[in-house]
Design a protein around this ligand. Structure first.
Ligand code: NAD
Length: 348
């Protein structure tokens, strides 16, 4: 059986839909059967490039009628509504992170997906990197308690002050800035690799480039954070300290300490360093450089993510970040944003 996939939002800035399409093309169990974008010409060009046989739809409803599953790659403020509509149409759902921009919307999306009983997953692609897999394996095999986690993640594209205003700088279209964009990935990894969910949080945010040249819609003043630093406490008492930035930061870096020792992970350096410790004793003094399972590229991670999505559409029950898991992430990010605004430490 083929999984017929419909992509909504083909891409204008980063275009994550391109990465998805490349992944789906490599899976012979899947076919991109339909595409829909507010910009029809853009959708047609995308179909021409990635799936010449795909229908270029005039509405999401037309797309729902042609596919088994929907892949939502639109700006953040549209996610919840598309999840609800896809769920009501009985379609399996992949939705890009962050789940949505407000908690009530996330809750609405979660209820709709669960009530419909459809397969659903949220796009946290860094789970599919060998780095995350190796860290998870190490934590599961050597640790029974985590004491602290520090980490950082961000990007450099928007460090160019001549880049015009984008939807991701508009609070009503994007929600948070670096906090939601990169913080969501970090929080997913904390849960995926270390089993940690934040319960109490305090956050500070800054905007480093407050004015941009006008983009679509004519806005110029950046409305959400370029960088955020937050400190939290997990459900098991773990202390967590994370820094996110979209104006100059390297790929994911994490330091995890616990009763099994200290693990130092870098996506940029492709390394996982382990300082072993006996859970009932002290550090051994060793420093081990653990091999990653493979040396795959960024696109390979999307290929795996899409393969997992197709597994889900075909009813194979893969382990994924569900919409309910993403709702927990969004609860933590919302509390962080509240903390940045009020200066209070927020409890979830
Ligand atoms: N997993 C990752 O690493 C990663 C990386 C980048 C982006 N993303 C996420 O992917 C999503 C898309 O980001 P992007 O950078 O690819 O966006 P983009 O700006 O490149 O493309 C968005 C597309 O959506 C279309 N669109 C806008 N509103 C629409 C609507 N209501 N209905 C249909 N189409 C609509 C636009 O015309 C455009 O083609 C965002 O949620 C973002 O957070 C994830």
């Amino acid at each position: 059986m083929k999984a017929n996939i419909g992509i909504i939002g083909v891409g204008a800035t980063v275009s994550i839909a391109h990465n998805h399409a490349l992944g789906l093309q490599k899976d012979d169990r899947a076919s991109i059967a339909a595409v829909y974008d507010l910009d029809r010409e853009r959708a047609a060009a995308f179909a021409q490039r990635f799936a010449p046989g795909a229908a270029v739809c005039s509405s999401p409803e037309e797309l729902f009628g042609l596919v088994d599953a929907v892949d939502i790659c639109t700006p953040n403020f549209t996610h919840a509504d598309y999840v609800v509509r896809a769920a009501q149409a009985g379609k399996a759902i992949f939705v890009e992170k962050p789940l949505a921009i407000t908690l009530p919307e996330c809750e609405r999306a979660c209820r709709a997906a669960e009530q419909a009983g459809v397969f659903h997953m949220v796009g946290f692609v860094y789970r599919f990197a060998p780095h995350a897999q190796a860290l998870r394996q190490l934590i599961r095999s050597r640790f029974t308690r985590i004491y602290s986690i520090s980490g950082s993640y961000g990007a450099r594209r928007l460090a160019d002050p001549t880049l015009p205003f984008e939807w991701r700088m508009d609070r009503t279209l994007s929600g948070g800035g670096a906090l939601d964009d990169f913080g969501s990935h970090l929080l997913d990894l904390l849960f995926f690799a270390c089993g940690v969910k934040i319960k109490k949080i305090s956050c500070l945010s800054t905007i480093s480039i407050p004015e941009r040249s006008p983009g679509t819609g004519g806005k110029q003043a950046v409305e959400n954070d370029d960088s955020s630093a937050f400190t939290g406490v997990g459900g098991g008492g773990e202390l967590v300290s994370l820094l996110t930035s979209r104006v100059g930061m390297d790929n994911i870096a994490l330091r995890v300490s616990g009763d099994g020792g200290l693990a130092v992970l870098s996506y940029d350096e492709d390394h996982l360093i382990y300082y072993p410790k006996d859970p009932l004793g002290s550090y051994s003094g060793e420093r081990q450089s653990l091999p990653l399972p493979d040396h795959s590229s960024f696109q390979d991670w999307f290929d795996r993510e899409m393969h997992t999505f197709v597994d889900g559409v075909l009813g194979l029950g893969p382990e994924v970040c569900s919409i309910a898991d993403a709702l927990d992430i969004q609860r933590a990010l919302t509390a962080a944003a509240r903390s940045a605004e009020t200066g209070a430490v927020c409890t979830l």
